[in-house]
Design a protein around this ligand. Structure first.
Ligand SMILES: Cc1ncc(COP(=O)(O)O)c(C=O)c1O
Length: 442
């Protein structure tokens, strides 16, 4: 570490609280600039961004059209109350609707991030249905603030407890570690739905406002549900008058190979929450797309949601320009091409390292699940344990090899920018393979 980066590290540790981390021993590069698929630290060291930040920088770093749009918007209008009408905001919502799965249209409510979007979606679902319970899956992440954190189905919820009342968790399919004691995807799907029906019976379906689910599980391991599960969930919701909310904060905006995962899997929810890649993460923005027949509920009743930064002009300018780039460069579907590159690369890594228990995903949304032993599937760190285990050591070694990737416990996310070149991706996956080869998990 040079004097310059050591100085930044010391200043940071002294004055900034870094998310989800014990502060004293943090050892991260001091990032100064970024371009395309690469981040650069204050010493000029380059890191390939194999996780697109936190699965968000879908257009790569510093896309000039978006950067220009932000600068132009800053010169024109940086803020007006969200209650004012604004043409850029309205046109952007109209364009978003054209990519959404509903034939009867939708309206957008804007937030600053994904967790807030989930909280607002739940609030709207409760208002519309007149019911109060919300079902969400274990092993999900829906945000960290008290409301969204209560919806989260893993240990990042615990600090919020007792949390928001009315939230009930259920088990969703997990083909690699089936909660339903089967390795047959069809059986996994059928048993998961049977389980959910049972949970509904005991919770009273007439009291359930919404089921909230990530159509592909994100930070907890790029878990793709067996065919038919999301469709069966849709049927169950329709049967009981429950509002189905897809949390597409991570899997929206081209990550799975379609504008929304809903389109990729051909299942239509009632609301979609989004954030992250809507602006390629350049400016914070999130939101809820509400199907037109539900949005109408608020025509004569006040919408019970609002934020100072709802539809912030800079964020909307960034999002409109990002959408131009998604459309111009065919990036909503480019993940379909990237998928085969990642699949091939990860298969090679799995051959080289016995620590790879599972390599799975869809589009440009993949994860490696690391285990001590493929037979027993014992994870390299206790899942949900108080300590992160040896993974940070592996990720630090990877950074020393010029590659950044994001992970927790025994999961590493391979979710590159959708603009990545094959040679760049291969460079990152080779480094990952090399790092795994010398990694010991004790
Ligand atoms: C699926 C999902 N939902 C919600 C969130 C929370 O979004 P934010 O951090 O913008 O509040 C995340 C963040 O990683 C996420 O992955």
């Amino acid at each position: 570490m040079t004097t310059q980066s050591a100085d930044v590290a010391a200043l940071h540790r002294r004055f900034v609280l870094t998310p989800w981390s014990a502060q004293a021993h943090l050892l991260m590069p001091a990032i100064e600039r970024a371009e395309g698929s690469y981040l650069y630290d204050v010493d000029g060291t380059r890191y390939l961004d194999l996780s697109a930040g936190l699965v968000a920088v879908n257009l790569g770093h510093g896309e000039p059209h978006v950067a220009r749009a932000i600068a132009e918007q800053a010169a024109r209008l940086t803020y007006a109350s969200p209650q004012f009408f604004n043409a850029t905001r309205a046109r952007f919502a109209q364009r978003l609707a054209s990519h959404a799965p509903w034939e009867d249209g939708c309206r957008a409510f804007f937030t600053t991030g994904g967790g807030e979007a989930n909280e607002d979606a739940v609030k709207m679902a409760r208002a519309i249905s007149g019911r109060h319970k919300v079902l969400a899956a274990y092993r999900s992440f829906h945000g960290s603030a008290p409301g969204a954190g209560s919806l989260t189905g893993e240990n990042r919820r615990w600090a919020n407890e007792p949390g928001m009342p009315g939230v009930v968790h259920f088990f969703a399919p997990n083909p690699y570690r089936s909660p339903f004691h089967t390795s047959d995807p069809r059986e996994e799907c059928a048993r998961a739905i049977e389980h959910l029906e049972l949970v509904l019976t005991y919770e009273n379906p007439q009291a359930v406002a919404a089921i909230l689910i990530e159509p592909v599980v994100g930070t907890n391991g790029a878990i793709v549900y067996p065919p038919g599960y999301l469709a069966a969930l849709r049927e169950l919701c329709t049967k009981h008058g429950i509002i189905l909310i897809f949390d597409e904060v991570m899997c929206g905006f081209g990550r799975t190979g379609a504008a929304f995962a809903s389109l990729k899997f051909g299942v239509t929810p009632d609301m979609i929450t989004f954030a992250k890649a809507v602006t390629s993460a350049y400016v914070p923005l999130g939101g809820v797309l509400v199907r037109e027949n539900l949005a109408r509920f608020f025509d004569e009743r006040p919408l019970p949601c609002g934020h100072t930064f709802s539809g912030h002009p800079l964020a909307i300018a960034a999002a409109s320009a990002a959408l131009d780039v998604y459309e111009r460069d065919g990036l909503f579907t480019r993940a379909n091409e990237i998928e085969s590159w990642i699949r091939f690369g990860l298969a090679g890594i799995a051959q080289r390292s016995p620590l790879v228990g599972d390599a799975r995903g869809v589009g440009a949304f993949w994860a490696l699940e690391l285990v001590k032993d493929r037979g027993s599937k014992e994870p390299i760190a206790p899942w949900q344990g108080a300590q992160p285990g040896p993974l940070p050591k592996l990720l630090a070694d990877l950074r020393a090899r010029g590659v950044y990737a994001f992970g927790r416990y025994n999961i590493i996310l391979i979710t590159p920018p959708l603009t990545i070149a094959r040679a760049e991706l291969d460079e990152g996956l080779h480094a990952l393979g090399d790092a795994l080869e010398v990694f010991t998990c004790n």
